[in-house]
Design a protein around this ligand. Structure first.
Ligand SMILES: *Cc1c(COP(=O)(O)O)cnc(C)c1O
Length: 405
């Protein structure tokens, strides 16, 4: 298995990019789907922003370093990764906050309709944001199982809101088909790309999607708590209105007018002042992913996860696969059930192999294609085989739950 892995690494066109990331010695990092690794260039970029732009430039840097244009500039760099035009994407706030803005926009665009349709087991924050607006009397939540979404669409539905790649199982929705079904029912569509952007092929324009949001700290390597991004299809730029109408989304923020007047296009997604240090780290991560380009990232992701899946089936049959077997039907991750998933995950971490655990019994491995090698994947399977065969996971310290799992 390890010989095969080394041969695959030798032939990997992305192998040089691993050196662009600062990965600690002795760590095999299979959790880039939760927090992307640190690009080496981000250190220097942050240093420069702190020392030169903030330290020396002070408030002048809003203009001289174009701090003010950062949300649109980063959005334009994310756009080609998700099949959008550069003026349709903006970097701002968190996924959670952007969801609320776009749900609000959709409700306004579909008067008389109040239902937001999603699936049970969607990423919690996505459902919580619907529930928050429901609590304000603005929306109604409807959940339909993933194979019954189309039946859940009717003339009450304002918005179909789904996560493209499921965070726990890695299963991927057919974006084109579901977008069309929602449009046929008169609803708008919002895709959460948190586990897709930078990892799987996404073509928002081709699918005719209305809205999307995505995460900056996963496959885009923007740093812990990095700002998120949002997409609004060009055809909605004239009409959409989002409810968090802060001054940065005003047509002329520095006119200090008493009356809100939305900025042109996707810029009206902005609410408050962009966090420049966090934005600088995000921009650095996004630039690296854009340099590599989606096609090689997708090819590597599929090859890597297939290598891992095949090796797991042979060497760790005790682990029950959760994710779809076919690489075009899943994200860049593989999940497995095991009743002792938490302790097994801790035993792996004790050996420097970082995957993650999702309650109650799922072990999840992410394959960030820019920096994970086939050898990493092979070594992880070998360690897991040893842990399972020797029962090395069965120790009290591996069963102690930490605050963040
Ligand atoms: C990671 C993730 C989020 C994160 O939301 P934040 O508000 O940015 O913390 C949202 N949705 C999905 C599907 C995610 O995977």
């Amino acid at each position: 298995m390890l010989d095969e892995a080394k041969a695959l690494d030798a032939a990997d066109p992305l192998r040089a990019y691993r050196d662009q990331f600062d990965l600690p010695e002795g760590v095999i990092y299979l959790d880039g789907n939760s927090l992307g690794a640190l690009p080496k260039r981000t250190r220097g970029r942050l240093q420069q922003v702190v020392d030169t732009e903030w330290g020396d430039g002070l408030i002048r840097s809003w203009n001289s370093a174009d701090w003010i244009g950062t949300p649109q500039r980063i959005g334009a760099k994310i756009a080609p990764l998700i099949g959008a035009q550069s003026h349709e994407v903006i970097a701002c706030d968190s996924v959670s906050v952007n969801l609320t803005k776009l749900i609000g926009a959709a409700l306004k665009m579909r008067p008389g309709r109040t239902v937001i349709l999603s699936e049970p087991g969607n990423f919690p924050t996505d459902l919580y944001m619907i529930q928050g607006l429901a609590g304000q009397g603005m929306a109604e939540q409807r959940l339909a199982h993933r194979d019954q979404i189309i039946e859940g669409l009717n003339e009450d539905v304002a918005l179909l809101m789904l996560t493209h790649v499921h965070y726990k199982t890695g299963a991927m929705f057919d974006m084109a088909a579901l977008t069309k079904a929602a449009h046929d029912a008169g609803a708008l569509v919002l895709w959460d790309l948190s586990h897709s952007g930078g990892a799987v092929p996404v073509d928002l324009n081709e699918c005719d999607a209305d809205f999307a949001v995505g995460c900056g700290y996963k496959y885009l390597n923007g740093g812990p708590g990095a700002p998120a991004y949002a997409y609004v299809a060009e055809r909605h730029h004239e009409t959409f209105q989002q409810p968090i109408t802060g001054w940065m989304g005003h047509a002329r923020p520095f006119a200090f007018s008493d009356e809100y007047e939305p900025a042109e296009g996707v810029s009206r997604m902005l609410a408050g002042t962009p966090p420049i240090l966090a934005m600088a780290a995000l921009e650095s991560g996004v630039e690296l992913m854009a340099e590599i380009g989606m096609e090689p990232l997708v090819a590597k992701s599929r090859a890597l996860s297939e290598f891992f899946r095949t090796a797991m089936a042979e060497h760790c049959p005790q682990m029950e696969p959760v994710s779809p077997a076919h690489p075009t039907q899943r994200g860049s991750q593989l999940s497995y059930y095991h009743p002792e998933a938490y302790a097994i995950c801790q035993a792996l971490i004790a050996r420097g192999i970082i995957g993650d655990f999702r309650d109650p019994d799922v072990l999840r491995f992410g394959f960030a294609p820019a920096y994970v090698s086939f050898e990493d994947a092979g070594k992880a399977v070998a360690a897991l085989k040893e842990i399972l065969e020797t029962g090395a996971w069965d120790r009290p310290e591996f069963k102690q739950r930490a605050a963040v799992t």
